[in-house]
Design a protein around this ligand. Structure first.
Ligand SMILES: Cc1cc2nc3c(=O)[nH]c(=O)nc-3n(C[C@H](O)[C@H](O)[C@H](O)COP(=O)(O)OP(=O)(O)OC[C@H]3O[C@@H](n4cnc5c(N)ncnc54)[C@H](O)[C@@H]3O)c2cc1C
Length: 186
């Protein structure tokens, strides 16, 4: 059973979480951020998706509506900050919406290396691998964000580790070519 002091801290922490999370106005930016907007509802009950003038598909609109996410489709003019923190989103018509956080989907630019080596890529440009990181090119392995795996540190590390096991086993069994430094740089 928690001691009184511990209980008080637990109550303060719980109040902080409830106060901070539930009342914080958050925004997700862009029609590609529907998933983010839905995730943000676990942090706040005041979430808006800003389409910045783009049109949202009807199924996405219905999904957001049922999750309590509002949608604003006006063009965004700028973001304004106060004391180094986001304060509001200002729209092209001059109106503003106070928001404490804005989330957007970063774009990724893949290295051309895998394509140059001839590795098979999927339609999104991710390197196609088997469960042990083998690509379509013998002796070329890939792991992490460069592949079609979900993007998370622990998954990238695990996939890299699986590939490393396979590479080590390949060397040990003589299934992979061993290049010396002078060969590699030649
Ligand atoms: C904004 C954001 C938030 C995230 N939050 C989380 C989170 O909370 N929890 C979580 O688990 N994951 C999170 N992720 C995902 C996580 O960061 C990635 O899944 C993980 O870092 C992937 O590791 P990686 O080694 O595959 O790639 P990276 O960490 O991107 O490393 C690849 C490295 O290779 C280098 N490189 C690329 N091409 C070449 C080349 N041709 N030659 C030499 N070097 C090259 C790059 O510069 C980079 O340093 C987040 C990602 C982003 C963008």
């Amino acid at each position: 059973m928690a001691r009184p002091d511990t209980r008080r801290w637990l109550i303060v922490a719980a109040l902080f979480v409830v106060t901070y999370c539930i009342s914080t106005p958050l925004a997700a930016y862009g029609v590609g951020a529907v998933g983010y907007a839905l995730l943000l509802t676990s942090l706040s009950d005041d979430v808006v998706l800003l389409t910045d003038g783009a049109e949202l598909g009807p199924s996405d609109a219905a999904l957001l509506g049922s999750a309590g996410v509002s949608v604003r489709d006006d063009a965004v003019a700028r973001l304004e900050s106060e004391a180094g923190k986001l304060a509001r989103v200002v729209f092209a018509d001059g109106s503003a919406d106070a928001r404490a956080g804005l989330f957007f989907v970063p774009s990724f630019v893949p290295s051309p290396l895998a394509a140059e080596l001839g590795c098979e890529l999927d339609e999104s440009g991710a390197i196609v691998t088997d469960a042990d990181g083998r690509t379509s090119v013998p002796s070329v392995f890939a792991a992490g964000d460069a592949t079609a795996d979900r993007r998370a540190v622990v998954l990238a590390a695990a996939a890299g580790s699986r590939a490393a096991y396979t590479i080590n086993a390949g060397f040990a069994r003589g299934l992979l070519p061993v290049a010396t430094l002078s060969q590699a740089s030649a």
